[in-house]
Design a protein around this ligand. Structure first.
Ligand code: PHE
Length: 358
């Protein structure tokens, strides 16, 4: 084997043995770089006689050519291996459960319901529930709205189709039927709130066909309007986290309360925005009153012995006032961006001390 042949097999073996791209680059520089062995060899051609050059030239060039080919072949192999290992380490196993913690958020309505339960629990109230598909007796009749009563027309009621000979059920138009269900199933003293869905055929920026109300009911001996006002004041101060909440009770009419009062909450204007607290202006917030003796009697209690107060309030409206949303319809659109923006941390527990809205 000639010297050049030995050199060639030597270089090819070294190139083959290069384990990665940096090692291969070292071999390339050693062979073909400016100071490389083969480059040096090519330079010797200049010092040769024309005959020698004619004999050696093609052989040295052929050696250079072979080594260059081997280098690029090895480079291709190493690059492919590098890509392969990158692909292998960067794969995502889509079958593995994601571990980024809870993804959803608590809807403001659920958050406010939790806050209500928390606040009223501190005042000794428990939470009561009733069906959303309700008998007319619970929704109207027992609440002093017999069939011919004009007040039934005050509610744009959804009536369900009834089987032959049966009375149509309704989607409850308010949470007040839970008052009746509670009074007919529990003995006084009664202190409950009843949050839940209610339905009326109505839709604009502040009305949706389904909305949420919370009902409050206290039945005991010697209950009067003072208890009602104190309870509402205490509740609203805790809910809005302000001590300067001022209430105004206006005479009103509900068939199931006598006397009845519409409750306004005072606001002040700061930087062009209405802020609850103070009494520069008034916002209507809820309906209330002393439970009508006829309602107490319809539930089987003696109105001479027991009195009570009740109130009903829109939960969505409470959420809008506290958390600053202005379109009720967005509450029920199911838009994830809205939910991410207005939703609450899913594992947070509402407490009074931590700020119920924190
Ligand atoms: N049920 C009434 C309504 O939806 C609100 C209310 C409840 C008023 C309790 C007085 C007492 O309009």
């Amino acid at each position: 084997m000639s010297d050049l042949e030995i050199m060639q097999s030597d270089w090819l073996a070294r190139i083959d043995a290069a384990a990665d791209l940096p090692a291969l680059e070292t071999e390339r520089v050693a062979a073909l770089g400016k100071q490389g062995a083969i480059t040096q060899l090519l330079k010797t051609l200049g010092g040769m006689t024309p005959d020698e050059r004619q004999a050696q030239g093609p052989r040295i060039h052929a050696l250079r050519e072979k080594v260059a080919e081997a280098l690029s072949a090895r480079r291709a192999v190493l690059e492919a291996a590098q890509l392969e290992s990158k692909l292998a380490t960067e794969t995502l196993d889509m079958t593995l459960p994601v571990s980024t913690g809870p993804q959803g958020s608590v809807h403001p309505v659920s958050q406010v319901m939790d806050e209500l339960a928390e606040i009223f629990a501190d005042l000794g109230f428990s939470v009561a529930n009733g069906p959303e598909i309700e008998d007319q007796w619970y929704n109207f009749t027992a609440l002093n709205m017999p069939e011919s009563h004009p007040a039934r027309a005050m509610h744009d009621t959804f009536y369900l189709t009834a089987p032959e000979g049966e009375e149509a059920k309704v989607l409850r138009t308010h949470t007040s039927p839970v008052q009746v269900r509670t009074m007919t199933s529990q003995k006084p003293p009664i202190r409950i709130i009843a949050p839940g869905r209610t339905y009326r055929s109505d839709s604009d920026a502040t009305h949706t066909p389904m909305f949420h109300q919370v009902e409050g009911l206290v039945i005991d001996r010697g209950i009067h309007m003072g208890h009602l006002k104190w309870t509402l004041e205490t509740f609203l101060k805790a809910f809005f986290e302000r001590d300067d909440i001022v209430l105004r009770l206006r005479p009103s009419y509900f068939p199931f309360t006598e006397p009845s009062a519409e409750v306004d909450v005072g606001y002040t204007v700061q930087n062009g925005r209405r802020v609850l607290g103070g009494s520069e202006g008034w916002m209507e917030l809820l309906g209330s009153g002393m439970v009508h003796p006829r309602v107490i009697a319809a539930c089987g209690l003696d109105p001479d012995e027991y009195q009570g107060f009740a109130f009903g309030c829109g939960i969505d409206r409470l959420a809008m006032l506290k958390y600053g949303m202005d379109d009720l319809r967005a509450f029920f659109d199911g838009d994830l961006r809205w939910l991410r923006h207005y939703g609450f941390a899913s594992l947070a527990i509402p407490t009074l001390s931590g700020g119920v809205g924190a």
